[in-house]
Structures are given as structure tokens and as C-alpha cells.
Design a protein around this ligand. Structure first.
Ligand SMILES: Cc1cc2nc3c(=O)[nH]c(=O)nc-3n(C[C@H](O)[C@H](O)[C@H](O)COP(=O)(O)OP(=O)(O)OC[C@H]3O[C@@H](n4cnc5c(N)ncnc54)[C@H](O)[C@@H]3O)c2cc1C
Length: 475
């Protein structure tokens, strides 16, 4: 059984990982008057998955298409502390799905009137059919994702969009995934609204979801947020400090350099399966549960073109098998400073994301050529625009996959660690995609700091399904 939340009087807090969660935790500890923390980051810079890089040609890239939006006042306040009003650029989402010969506004299921007539007819027919059936019989709470999709949207939409798109993103068929995470991640449909849209009298709202508006730092990419937060921390933040072993009995972490650091409480924001492997004394059943957790790897290919930024859209989805990426983000549109000299009359920048199984052999040059071909072929830049830069980032742990047995695995692993004063938090610490965005990571970091210092309860529990409005991201 987990111990009661600790009230910290004497003790040392070590934080593993200086991504949004670890940084927010250290910042909050300082605010609460506890300055004895040590924040250990394996990478040379802070920011984790939300960091940004500048390539040799001067293009800035995020590690995959990040949009900054928030469910939490505390996240908004943090942004307001770190940025002067003009330093954040505000955007209305403009997002589309490539379908056959056309662009269908996102969310796809709310714009069936924009499909070719035959496709629209099949989708609407099946959608109305399942809506009737749902009135008679609710979907089971433990339905797998495929059953949930079929039950919510019908075969027409699943075959045309949800099936291919989700299989591409998750590199796993929806049958092998749970559905408890969908909440705000997959937009609902109202059959009456869909029919009204066909009559042309009342188009459905195009601003579904919490990311219908978002912000982007005017320079430095999304990573600028975390660079600034790391800079304002006054304390023991160490980069290039990889933790390789955790000993819950001796209460030490060991760094790759061999140095040992003592802790009373450890907040661990790296991947949970790795944490379990490097922790001494973990029973084999707990280790086996952690071993069942699945994740995707994503290859981000940033393509900089010597061609002006003319496309007004924010990001685009590609369910097609013959397009390597599932999403392309118009990164020069997010902020002019994302291209060299902030010169969007000369440059444009598309950031593509391709999902794959972890440890897949990747030929970067082949992927770059395939992405470039698709970007041109779908008209995102002109056929003859010179390529000014091609930058690749491989994100080994990209998406924590909500598999059918994920929650059972987490229910074994997390309590074992917590009873030993080790608190896994953040995107891959909790392994819960539904609370896997930057604002969630910050909230978890703030809350665990408060719990350790004041004994207050956390709002986003690490194992049980979150009770608050969660998960505003994009699938
Ligand atoms: C492709 C992609 C797209 C995304 N899009 C969005 C979006 O649009 N909006 C949004 O809000 N969020 C988005 N996210 C999620 C966002 O990146 C995460 O929410 C956020 O980075 C999580 O922060 P974290 O601190 O929990 O974890 P991380 O960012 O993963 O940070 C963990 C840190 O721990 C460090 N670490 C790991 N192991 C060790 C070790 N052994 N020793 C020392 N340090 C270690 C890592 O180097 C890393 O810096 C996206 C993520 C991806 C991959």
C-alpha cells in the first residue's frame, strides 16, 4: 500500500529529468522555500521532449509538432511569468486532413459534408446507425479502441480515417489499445449537427477542443519556454548527468560518472520501464509489468525550403499509407523566427513526424527524400522549391501507447515505487498519454512538489484514471 503523502521536514529531494515536469517541480520547491533539491538531466540541455534545436542552416525545430495550450491556470501563469505579452504569438488552429484529392477540415468526423458524395453517404449512414444502437446499448467501459471507434463513429469513418490514421500514429492496430484515454483526444460527433451541415444552413463549429487556439514563443521554438524556466531556477541543476542506478534501500542514485547522490524522495520523470530496470530490488512481477508498457519512436524530419511561407494552415494530417508521415506542421507559420533571419519571404519550414516501432533501423537519407517528395506532391511547397535544409531528430520515447493492459501494469509498478519514496511523474513517468502534454507535465511537477513539502493531494493521480478534465492533445 502506498504510504500517506509525506510532509517534508528534513530530507533531500532529487529530481530525475529536466523536462517540463522536473523543471516545474524544482521551481515550485524553490517557491515553497525548499532549496535543497538536485535536478539531474542526462541531456546537455533542459527541456526534454519539449526542447527545440537550431540546425546548421539556421532553422529552428521542435521535437515533433508542439502546440502550447493549457488546461491549467497555473500553466498560463507560468507562461505569463516567463514571457512579456509580445513574446508569445497567438494562433487560431487551422488544421486539415488529406483525404483522396482534397483537404477536409479537422476534426474529420465533423466535416463529412466536405467528403466526396459516396464517402459522405457511407460515413453518415454508418454514423446514424451506430448512434441509434448506442441509444439501446451503451458501449462497454472497457471496450478496446477499435470497438469504441466502431461504436462511436461506425465502419464508414473507421475504414476511411480512424483505422488508417491511428494505426499509423500508434504503429499498433486499435484492437490492441484501450479506450479509457480518449476523453478530449478524439472529437465527438452530434448526428443532428452533421445532418444540418449537409443542408448548408449551419456549418458545424470548427473550433472543437482545447487546442483550437494556441501560442508559440516568438523565437526559440517551444523549447524557449523551458530554457527560460531552467535559467530562472536557482539551485543544483546538473545537465549531462545521467542516472544509471537507483537504490531504494541505500537511498542513492548513481550517475554514469560513478558519483552517488543520496535522496529521501526521488521524483523520476524519465521512462517508467527504464526506471524499473535501473532500480535495485524490484520484484520480477513488477519488472514484468513495466516490461509490458509500449511506446512509439518518432522520426522528426524538418524540411527548410528556399521558398516563401504562403500556406496559412497550422498543421495537416495524413492517414495515407503512401505518405511516410502522419502529420506535417507549418513551422514557419508558428513564428517567423523559426526560419533563418526570420525571413519568411524567402524561407518556409515544414516539420514532419513519422511513427515507427522502437529500435527500427532507419535510413535518414531515404526518409528525408520520401518526406520531401510527399511535401511537394501534396502541394505544401512548390515542386521546384530548393531544399535549404533537412534536419532529422529521432525521438526514441515519443508516445506512451495506451495498450489494453496498460492500467493494470501501472497499478503494479507505481505503488511499488511510491512506497519507497520514488515518485514517477510526467509523460513517460506516468505513461498516460491522456495526461501526457506539457501543461499536464507542469501540473504534475507542481503538485508533487506541494505534496512532498506540504502533504497536499495531487490533482492528476499517477495511476487511477484522472478525474479532472484532461487530455487536450491531438491524435
Ligand atoms: C511528437 C510529439 C509531439 C508532442 N506534441 C505536443 C503538443 O502539441 N502539445 C503538448 O503540450 N505536448 C506535446 N508533446 C508532449 C510534450 O513533449 C511532453 O508533455 C513533455 O515534454 C513532457 O515533459 P516531462 O518532463 O514529463 O518529460 P520529458 O520531456 O520526457 O522529460 C524527461 C527528461 O528526463 C530526462 N531523463 C530521462 N532519463 C534520465 C536519466 N536516467 N537520468 C537523467 N535524466 C533522464 C530526459 O533526458 C528528459 O529531459 C509532444 C510530444 C511528442 C514526442
Amino acid at each position: 500500500m502506498p504510504r500517506r503523502p509525506h510532509t517534508l521536514r528534513f530530507g533531500k529531494i532529487v529530481i530525475l529529468g529536466a523536462g517540463p515536469c522536473g523543471l516545474a517541480c524544482a521551481d515550485e520547491l524553490t517557491r515553497l522555500g525548499y532549496r535543497g533539491w538536485t535536478l539531474l538531466e542526462a541531456a546537455p540541455v533542459a527541456g526534454g521532449l519539449a526542447a527545440s534545436v537550431v540546425d546548421p542552416a539556421g532553422f529552428t525545430w521542435d521535437l515533433g509538432g508542439h502546440v502550447v495550450f493549457s488546461h491549467f491556470g497555473e500553466f498560463d501563469r507560468l507562461l505569463a511569468e516567463l514571457f512579456a505579452p509580445g513574446e508569445l504569438l497567438h494562433h487560431d488552429r487551422s488544421s486539415y486532413v488529406r483525404f483522396r484529392d482534397r483537404w477536409v477540415p479537422y476534426p474529420f468526423q465533423q466535416h463529412l459534408q466536405d467528403l466526396p458524395a459516396e464517402d459522405a453517404e457511407a460515413c453518415v449512414h454508418d454514423l446514424l446507425d451506430v448512434a441509434c444502437r448506442r441509444r439501446e446499448q451503451r458501449l462497454p467501459a472497457d471496450a478496446d479502441f477499435a470497438t469504441w471507434l466502431h461504436g462511436m463513429y461506425g465502419s464508414g469513418l473507421v475504414e476511411r480515417f480512424f483505422g488508417p490514421y491511428n494505426t499509423k500514429v500508434w504503429v499498433m492496430p486499435p484492437e490492441q489499445m484501450g479506450s479509457s484515454w480518449v476523453a478530449e483526444r478524439v472529437a465527438p460527433v452530434n448526428p443532428d449537427e452533421i445532418l444540418t451541415a449537409f443542408s448548408g444552413t449551419a456549418p458545424p463549429a470548427r473550433c472543437w477542443g482545447p487546442n483550437s487556439t494556441f501560442v508559440c514563443p516568438s523565437g526559440g521554438g517551444t523549447g524557449e519556454i523551458w530554457r527560460r524556466l531552467a535559467t530562472r531556477l536557482e539551485g543544483d541543476l546538473r545537465t549531462g548527468a545521467r542516472v544509471v542506478a537507483v537504490d531504494p534501500e541505500a537511498r542513492t542514485v548513481t550517475l554514469a560518472s560513478g558519483e552517488r547522490i543520496g535522496f529521501d524522495y526521488l521524483v523520476a520523470t524519465g521512462p517508467l520501464n527504464r526506471l524499473t530496470t535501473m532500480t535495485a530490488g524490484v520484484p520480477s512481477s513488477v519488472r514484468a509489468s513495466a516490461g509490458r508498457l509500449r511506446h512509439t519512436t518518432v522520426a522528426v524530419v524538418g524540411l527548410g525550403y528556399r521558398a516563401p511561407t504562403t500556406d496559412e494552415r497550422s498543421w495537416l494530417y495524413f492517414p495515407q499509407k503512401n505518405v511516410p508521415f502522419y502529420r506535417a506542421t507549418n513551422f514557419s507559420k508558428y513564428a517567423p523566427a523559426n526560419v533563418p533571419g526570420a525571413d519568411t519571404d524567402t524561407f518556409s519550414a515544414w516539420m514532419t513526424e513519422t511513427s515507427m516501432f522502437p529500435r527500427t533501423h532507419l535510413s535518414c537519407s531515404r526518409l528525408i527524400s520520401a518526406c520531401d517528395r510527399s511535401v511537394r506532391c501534396h502541394g505544401l511547397v512548390s515542386e521546384h522549391a530548393p531544399l535549404a535544409s533537412a534536419h532529422t531528430e529521432l525521438i526514441e520515447y515519443a508516445y506512451p501507447v495506451p495498450t489494453l493492459d496498460r492500467d493494470a501494469a501501472l497499478a503494479e509498478v507505481v505503488p511499488w515505487l511510491e512506497t519507497r519514496g520514488i515518485y514517477p511523474r510526467g509523460r513517460f513517468g506516468t505513461w498516460r498519454y491522456e495526461i501526457g502534454n506539457m501543461d499536464h507535465a507542469v501540473k504534475m511537477g507542481l503538485d508533487i512538489a506541494r505534496r512532498l513539502v506540504n502533504g497536499t493531494a495531487e490533482e492528476l493521480p499517477a495511476t487511477a484514471p484522472a478525474a479532472v478534465a484532461v487530455a487536450g492533445g491531438r491524435v
